[in-house]
Each structure stands twice: as structure tokens, then as C-alpha cells.
Design a protein around this ligand. Structure first.
Ligand code: HEC
Ligand code: HEC
Length: 244
């Protein structure tokens, strides 16, 4: 637990610290039921899609408060800080998959991922579906207060976002994330309005392979051939999509 983290969210750090010491966390953390090498345990069967679709957003809103998710992701899914992701308007299946991936130790890669691994031990599958529907019930987020983007920098990535790069076999980002960055079924996330700091951090983690729960390595293969500069440009492009 770094000092920076303790200073930022004192209340939650106590909860997370207590969790990490609890036998439940230790047991679940130590044991994995995943087949070796698979990137995620979440398989989108019709039953699974229906289960998430039936999540109760009102109960999810209550959990967002009671489990302190709001302290880092905001009351309505708009993060209060540049380095924490906003969740408003996110696709429910993607949010559900992420919570499962964290809980089952599949999404790793950074100290902040460890925070989510600890936090997600608190939530059941039903809670995940409810939380996912709660965040999905909002429109795509504006940037957090005090966070800005540079439209000119963002514009430099327009060609690769809309047309891709055949030479490097990079498919256009929008072929999966859709033209307005709203994501699509089943679990391709919305990117519009995401904070640039988080966007860059997570793309770098796909690039190094530290974040590896993307099924079929879809994002790892793409991020690997992008330059650091291009990643920054894309972060500003997507951050700008919800700017008024
Ligand atoms: C102490 C701050 C903190 C708390 C409390 C917290 N989160 Fe997070 N959350 C983060 C950070 C930081 C990340 C990014 C982690 C990473 O890079 O892997 C994150 C990532 C996520 C993601 C993945 C977002 C994406 O775009 O991929 C979801 C979903 C999420 N959190 C949901 C929740 C829910 C639900 C709760 C409450 C049960 C919660 N979080 C509590 C800080 C927090
Ligand atoms: C073949 C489809 C596909 C293409 C093309 C694609 N993505 Fe993705 N992207 C995905 C999927 C699926 C995920 C979720 C992966 C996971 O489960 O970790 C994702 C996740 C992401 C995330 C993480 C979002 C979050 O909230 O943490 C970012 C950022 C991202 N993509 C950016 C891009 C950019 C930029 C491009 C273009 C260079 C791109 N993607 C091209 C399918 C795609």
C-alpha cells in the first residue's frame, strides 16, 4: 500500500488493507480455477449475457455507495481524479467482465489493478451485474473537473483511428470501438470521455503484456506495434469525443 494511495483515500485504504489480511481474500487470492494460460474465465454464453442484462441498476447504485466505489469512480461514474477510470456509459458486459477478471486474478499489471483485485473480493456475480447496469445507465462521461485534453494532439491519430494502418496490420480502432467511441456488444468497451492518464497507462500495460485478460490478445497485438506518441494522441482523441 503506497503512501500516495493512503493519503488519497484514507477510508478505503483501511477497507482494502483489512480485506487483504482477511482469510477469505487470502484463500481466493491463492487459488485459481482458471485453466492455465487462458486470458479470462468469462465466456459469453447466452445465459451469461442474459444474467448481466438483468442486473438491477438501482441496487447497483446502492452498492456504488456502500462499497465505496463512488470514492474513486464518482457518484455517477465520473472519476474525481485523472488516473482513475470513469465508468459512466460503459458497456455493462465489459464492466462485468472486468470485475470478474480482477476478482479471479486475471487482470493484473499495476498497483492500481491490485486495489481492484482486493476490492472485487467484496462483490458477488449478482453485485457485478447490478453495478454494471448502474454505470451503463448514464451517458458517456465528460472529463473529470480539472482534466483537459489537447484537440490538436488528438487529431493526429484520426487516420489510424478511422482507417487503421495496413502496413502494421492495425485494424481501425473504430471498427471495434465504433465511431463515437461508444463500444459495442458484447464486451468491447466505450472509450469516449476516458481520462487520458488512465487511457495511456492501460494501453502501455497492454503493450508490455502486463494487462493480459483481453481474449485472443486483441488489444495486446495492437498496442504492441503502436508508438508511445501514437498512444498519447489516441488518448486525447477519445478524451475529446465527449467534450462540449
Ligand atoms: C481506491 C480507489 C478505488 C476504489 C475504492 C474502487 N476502484 Fe475501481 N478502479 C480503480 C483504479 C485505480 C482502476 C484502474 C486499475 C487498473 O489500471 O487495472 C479501477 C478500475 C476499475 C474498473 C475497470 C475500468 C476499465 O475501464 O477497465 C472497474 C469496472 C471498476 N474499477 C469498478 C469498481 C467498483 C464496482 C468498485 C466498488 C466495488 C471499485 N471499482 C472501487 C480505483 C478504485
Ligand atoms: C478487434 C477489435 C478491436 C480493435 C481493432 C481495437 N480494440 Fe481496443 N479493445 C477491444 C476489446 C475487446 C477490449 C477489451 C479487452 C479486455 O477485455 O481487456 C478493448 C480495450 C481497449 C482499451 C481499454 C479500455 C478500458 O477502459 O480500460 C483501450 C484504451 C483500447 N481498447 C483502445 C484501442 C485503440 C486506441 C485502438 C486502435 C489503435 C483499439 N483499441 C482497437 C477491441 C478492439
Amino acid at each position: 500500500m503506497s503512501n500516495m494511495y493512503i493519503k488519497t483515500v484514507t477510508g478505503m485504504s483501511v477497507v482494502v488493507a483489512a480485506l487483504m489480511m482477511s482469510p477469505v481474500f487470502a484463500a481466493e487470492h491463492g487459488v485459481t480455477t482458471a485453466p492455465k494460460g487462458s486470458s479470462s474465465n468469462v465466456a459469453w454464453t447466452a445465459e451469461m449475457v442474459e444474467f448481466v442484462a438483468k442486473g438491477d441498476k438501482n441496487r447497483g447504485g446502492q452498492l456504488n455507495q456502500d462499497l465505496f466505489c463512488a470514492s474513486c469512480h464518482g457518484q455517477v461514474g465520473i472519476a474525481p481524479s485523472a488516473n482513475w477510470p470513469s465508468l459512466a456509459g460503459q458497456r455493462a458486459e465489459y464492466t462485468f467482465k472486468m470485475l470478474k477478471d480482477y476478482k479471479e486474478g486475471k487482470r493484473k499489471g499495476s498497483h492500481s489493478a491490485e486495489i481492484m483485485t482486493a476490492t472485487s473480493q467484496l462483490v458477488s456475480d449478482q453485485d457485478m451485474a447490478d453495478l454494471a447496469q448502474f454505470y451503463a445507465s448514464f451517458t458517456l462521461p465528460p472529463l473529470p473537473v480539472g482534466v483537459s485534453f489537447d484537440a490538436a494532439v488528438g487529431a493526429q491519430s484520426k487516420s489510424i483511428v478511422t482507417r487503421g494502418d495496413g502496413k502494421r496490420l492495425v485494424a481501425p480502432c473504430q471498427s471495434c470501438h465504433v465511431a463515437n467511441g461508444e463500444g459495442q456488444e458484447t464486451d468491447t468497451p466505450a472509450l469516449a470521455g476516458q481520462t487520458p492518464d488512465y487511457f495511456i497507462k492501460t494501453m502501455q500495460e497492454y503493450k508490455t503484456g502486463a494487462r493480459s485478460s483481453d481474449v485472443y490478445s486483441r488489444m495486446r497485438l495492437i498496442a504492441k506495434v503502436l508508438t508511445d506518441e501514437e498512444i498519447v494522441q489516441m488518448a486525447h482523441y477519445y478524451a475529446g469525443l465527449t467534450a462540449k
